[in-house]
Design a protein around this ligand. Structure first.
Ligand code: SAM
Ligand code: SF4
Length: 328
């Protein structure tokens, strides 16, 4: 019999985000250091069986309705379609956040294994700038990946762009237009202080309000009602050319509205992107815990969720992990 998984705001958690690996074939400035990180040894990473077990416990005990695979870069983990096939047996919407660079090869197998949809990161449409941001000259591969995802039916397609002042904020309109042209929802994300280099500053953040003003003055927009637990505020183009989203994590935090819980590659449960504490599920999994013991550990962690991250204020505490180690 399932029961609601409630956080400290009394909100029901319904969405599990699973990081498959801390590794990545990119080194985005706003996420990872140029030299990469010290990767976790293989033995510390949850196996596909362990990931499936945690997901199944959350589905069967708490009725969660969606599972999103992320990383690092989830597609650099060997044989991801095999994990997707296992998770596809659960009654959840199954999605993935990816940099898109491997989708030309993997979109078909992932769709065939049961993945429903993907969100692909795209911060610039200019090859040199893309290479400078991601530290990889792979814009053509990503554009081909977007096309492959579309043809494989990994829909509706979403594209994530992290905007940084003085880096790519002059591309807001070009990116929005690209989303309209390819039939994808472009979601502009405010730069958050989760970069490995610790270079974040409030002055680098491009507020969502500015994005809406700039896009809306060329392509008029109206809000899509019924945001629910979505971090993105969504808008519809009045000319019928689809939707656009903004994720205003810094200027308009949506903590009281969030319905997610996160599992890191090494099996730590995090009740918030900015959590400074975690619950070790791997120890429980490998120590012979029952499903009910796992469920109680999850419940305890989620109930202790910290109320609000306070970015930009004196009481903000930066988590020890950077974004590639949490999963976005
Ligand atoms: N590698 C995959 C990708 O890039 O889509 C999945 C993992 S990545 C950490 C997940 C999302 O987090 C991406 O959309 C990325 O742009 C976003 N992200 C990474 N660092 C960020 C930061 N400092 N602020 C805001 N978003 C960030
Ligand atoms: Fe890799 Fe994604 Fe981080 Fe970029 S944002 S370095 S693609 S994990």
């Amino acid at each position: 019999m399932s029961r609601p998984l409630l956080d400290s705001f009394g909100r029901q958690v319904l969405d599990l985000r699973v990081s498959l690996t801390d590794r990545c074939n990119f080194r985005c400035h706003y996420c990872m250091p140029e030299e990469g990180m010290t990767w976790l040894p293989r033995s510390e990473i949850l196996t596909f069986e362990e990931i499936e077990r945690v997901a199944a416990v959350l589905v069967h005990h708490f009725g969660i309705t969606s599972v999103r695979l992320t990383g690092g870069e989830p597609t650099v983990r060997a044989d991801v379609p095999a994990l997707v096939a296992r998770l596809a047996r659960l009654p959840v919407e199954l999605s993935m956040t990816t940099n898109g660079s491997t989708l030309s090869r993997l979109a078909g197998p992932l769709r065939a294994a049961g993945l429903h949809r993907v969100t692909i990161s795209l911060d610039s449409l200019r090859p040199e700038r893309f290479a400078a941001i991601t530290r990889r000259d792979m814009l053509p591969a990503v554009l081909a990946g977007i096309e492959a995802a579309r043809s494989a039916g990994l829909l509706p397609l979403k594209l994530n762009a992290v905007l940084m002042r003085g880096v790519n904020d002059d591309e807001v309109l070009d990116l929005a237009r690209f989303g309209r042209d390819v039939g994808a929802e472009l979601r502009f994300i405010e730069f958050m202080p989760l970069d490995a280099a610790g270079e974040w500053s409030a002055s680098r953040v491009v507020p969502a309000s500015e994005v809406l003003e700039r896009v809306g003055s060329v392509y008029p927009l109206e809000p899509v009602p019924g945001r629910g637990a979505e971090p993105a505020e969504r808008f519809r183009y009045l000319d019928g050319a689809g939707t656009l989203g903004v994720i205003a994590s810094v200027t308009r935090p949506f903590c009281g509205n969030c319905d997610r819980v996160r599992l890191t590659a090494e099996g730590q449960l995090r009740s918030c992107l900015f959590a400074v504490r975690e619950r070790d599920l791997r120890g429980l999994l490998r120590g012979g815990a029952t499903d009910e013991e796992l469920a109680e550990a999850v419940e305890g962690e989620v109930a202790a969720k910290w109320a609000g991250h306070s970015i930009g204020q004196v009481n903000f505490v930066r988590p020890r992990r950077n974004m590639s180690q949490i999963g976005g």
